[in-house]
Design a protein around this ligand. Structure first.
Ligand code: NQM
Length: 353
């Protein structure tokens, strides 16, 4: 296909994020060539992404590359790419649980898998992390049915629920410790699908109910958070994370609205307007471990259903945490999100600069 013919692309909302979805065969295999193309597709680097599909925020500058899996235990492979807004960087150092909500539907839309009946069950490999997920979503006449009655905070209106079950494979605590000292702060380093650093907001002069935009203007705070993140990265086995988008850094505060704990998430240089699916799973797993940072201020539920408070309301995640025979903590999570096909067609990448 020549540049003039465009590239087959579907724009989807997955949970509280939005991204461009491609079939793997429609974009280059080579990582550098693919990155160069995706920057032009999204309109990066440019703070407004005015000449591309990106929405000028990391939560709307995301890409999913999807293919049928060769592995008989899995239906679909999902490779997530974060396209930086104002830097020429495309990273696959993390996955995205929000876009994951659209992956199964996209695979059905593109005929990568066939689906029958009223409910599709799709097994998905998260290429970025190696984790496995199962997505369940509604069908009508063999195609995804997006309309429904479920409202999620951070998205206007309602849509059909998508159930996502993830994880279980690896230990939750990459350092093996319930808490560590990181750049002079007590921190819990945990990964229940997304590597996160849990910190006490009060130690950073943050009450925990500040709007994200206000926190982003506090340069001393942003510098301290970044210092903790750069120190935590190698401790979590992530290497030098200077140009990576993980780990995400959480400032935790006591709950205000009947949830388990209050959160503000640095992702890592903007403050999330709500919370990621896998971030919520990691926070819930963390605060449920005795003596982890944040456990002392959390109102733990009697069930496995955790309502994590965030700037846009609350996100509910079902998390099960247990201790394996080797003493390590393990976790799984189930979340209900919604997803929607917004646009299907061909995207025309901006010419090379
Ligand atoms: O944690 C944002 C999002 C995310 C990630 C980010 C996510 C998750 O809210 O599962 O979905 O990674 O910065 O889309």
């Amino acid at each position: 296909m020549t540049a003039d013919e465009g590239i087959r692309c579907m724009l989807m909302r997955g949970g509280t994020s939005k991204g461009a979805f491609f079939v793997a065969g429609d974009v280059p295999d080579d990582a550098a060539e693919r990155a160069e193309l995706l920057l032009r597709v999204m309109g990066s680097p440019d703070p407004r992404q005015i000449d591309g599909l990106g929405g000028a925020h990391p939560l709307t500058s995301k890409v999913a590359v999807v293919s049928a899996s060769d592995d008989s235990d899995v239906d679909i492979d999902y490779h997530f790419l974060q396209v930086a807004v104002d830097a020429p960087v495309v990273s696959d150092a993390q996955t995205c649980g929000n876009l994951l909500a659209g992956v199964g539907a996209f695979a059905v839309e593109r005929g990568l898998i066939s689906a029958h009946g009223e409910l599709a069950t799709v097994r998905i490999r998260l290429i970025n992390t190696g984790d496995l997920a199962t997505a369940r979503f509604r069908l009508r006449d063999g195609m995804p049915h997006y309309d429904g009655e479920l409202a999620i905070e951070g998205v206007p209106g309602t849509a059909a629920g998508v159930e996502l079950r993830i994880g279980g494979g690896r230990p939750l605590l990459p350092t093996g410790n319930t808490s560590d000292t990181v750049a002079g702060h007590s921190a819990t380093l945990i990964d229940n699908g997304m590597p996160v650093v849990l910190l006490r907001a009060a130690e950073f002069g943050v009450a925990g109910d500040e709007p994200p935009a206000e926190l982003e203007t506090r340069s001393d705070l942003c510098d301290s958070v970044e210092h903790v993140r750069l120190t935590a990265g190698p401790m979590m086995g992530l290497g030098d994370v200077l140009t990576q988008t993980v780990p995400k850094v959480f400032l935790l505060s006591p709950p205000r609205n009947g949830g388990v704990v209050g959160t503000r998430a640095f992702i890592p240089h903007r403050v999330h307007t709500s919370i990621g699916v896998l971030m919520a799973a990691s926070v819930a797993a963390g605060v449920s471990i005795p003596e982890a940072v944040g456990s002392e201020m959390s109102q733990l539920p009697d069930s496995t259903e955790y309502d994590i408070e965030h700037p846009g309301g609350k996100s509910s995640v079902n998390v099960e945490v247990s201790r394996a025979s080797d003493g390590s903590w393990r976790g799984t999570s189930t979340s209900i999100r919604t997803a929607r096909k917004i646009f299907d067609g061909r995207v025309f990448a901006r010419p090379r600069l």
